[in-house]
Design a protein around this ligand. Structure first.
Ligand code: AMP
Length: 395
């Protein structure tokens, strides 16, 4: 599926290999890592390179230091975490300029199999502007390049795209390869029926996803706040629910074109206030004045389940309701539980649905949980990701 060189296609022994990872992990006030999923995700590539005698130079961004050395966003805690997982010391190079004296010295002293971690690449203002000078500085540290940061693959920055101008070949790491394989196969070469489940707040932010997926799926289930703009397109009242009036015509057009491919909720859990403790009731069809839809109702859950039960591939992006409030999380949890039981490839792409699946404790029951919110969205939109395009083509 991935027609790019992968890490196993490189001759790495004794070579300095610069690896762009996604170590953008959350920290608490004590600067301890509170969720190391992304570090764990990068370990197969790091281990492979170290075990095969490469000199492994890791780099990543963390948070948004906006071109300044912000001590709270230093990658120092990440070096400790990788050291533990790898069972050997990772040397951290704490340069405010990322490629400074510490980094150069650390790299010059590396033996085969050693691992060095550079400081947060976004300490440099050039990083997000993809300025050649910083790309070249990074590239000069290395003989080969590997990109394993799927989470930033939809951005063209120095450390994932610019650098490939100056250090070749540039290969995909295992994590990127896995993401492209799962997302790519699901959308472009799926075992059918392929059902997509879209939710979340806005139609406007998911137009390209809807358009691209409608061309590929057998059924498109739409829940969450975005469903109400489709309700309005069907001529239903929506009370005080989320609504994007500017997109009602668009939703009408989509419904006309897609016919019964689009499956909408048939009932709604409504309340008078956007509040977990607000009294709620279930309504069918129209949403009455003064009420807002906050979750899909029981009949919709059954309808969605009846569509999902025969699916062989499911792609899910966006919650079915306000899942952050326990009283309105039922629809989202029920869909998560259904997918967990399904004999199908289940791919969870995007921030909030990943949070919902993990909140329900069902993460390990899915075939694949994408590590990149924005990147997986753009992939589902059918866009090329610059971080992948920039890699060397496979022979
Ligand atoms: P998105 O980032 O577009 O995927 O939207 C995710 C957000 O949509 C979550 O924070 C949900 O709480 C919110 N959401 C889902 N359903 C509704 C709804 N019926 N009303 C308001 N917000 C919703």
């Amino acid at each position: 599926m991935l027609n790019k060189l992968n890490v196993e296609g490189l001759d790495v022994k004794g070579k300095r290999v610069l690896v762009r990872c996604d170590f953008n992990v959350p920290l608490n006030e004590k600067l301890e890592i509170t969720d190391d999923t992304r570090i764990t995700g990068a370990m197969p590539t790091i281990k492979y390179l170290a075990d095969n005698g490469a000199k492994v130079i890791l780099c990543s961004h963390m948070g948004k230091p906006k071109g300044n050395p912000v001590p709270e966003l230093s990658l120092a805690p990440v070096a400790k975490s990788i050291s533990k997982k790898l069972g050997k010391e990772v040397v951290f190079a704490p340069d405010d300029t990322v490629v400074g004296d510490n980094a150069k010295k650390a790299v010059s002293e590396m033996a085969d199999g050693d691992v060095v971690l550079l400081e947060n690449t976004r300490y440099r203002a050039e990083e997000t502007k993809n300025v050649d000078a910083f790309s070249e500085e990074l590239a000069l540290l290395a003989d080969l390049f590997v990109n394993d940061a799927f989470g930033t693959a939809h951005r063209a920055h120095c450390s994932n795209v610019g650098v490939t101008k100056y250090v070749k070949p540039a290969a995909a790491g295992y994590l990127i390869e896995k993401e492209i394989q799962f997302l790519g196969n699901a959308v472009n070469a799926p075992v059918r029926p392929l059902v997509a489940v879209l939710g979340g707040s806005k139609v406007s932010s998911k137009i390209s996803v809807i358009e691209n997926l409608l061309k590929k799926v057998d059924k498109l289930i739409i829940g969450g706040g975005m469903a109400y703009t489709f309700f309005a397109a069907q001529g239903k009242t929506t009370g005080t629910s989320l609504l994007e009036p500017d997109y009602i015509e668009y939703a009408k057009k989509m419904l006309e074109e897609a016919g019964d491919k689009i499956v909408l909720p048939v009932d709604t859990v409504v309340a008078e206030k956007f509040d977990n403790d607000a009294p709620s009731k279930v309504v069918e069809g129209n949403i009455p004045d003064g009420f807002m839809g906050l979750d899909i109702g029981p009949k919709s859950i059954e309808l969605f389940k009846s569509v999902l039960k025969d699916a062989k591939t499911v792609v899910w992006n966006g919650p079915m309701g306000v899942f952050e409030m326990p009283n309105f999380a039922n629809g989202t949890n029920e869909i998560a539980a259904m997918l967990a039981e399904l004999d199908a490839k289940t791919i969870i792409g995007g921030g909030d649905s990943v949070a919902a699946v993990n909140q329900a404790g069902l993460g390990d029951k899915m075939s694949h949980i994408s590590t990149g919110g924005g990147a997986s969205m753009e992939f589902l939109e059918g866009k090329d990701l610059p971080g992948i395009v920039a890699l060397t083509d496979a022979e």
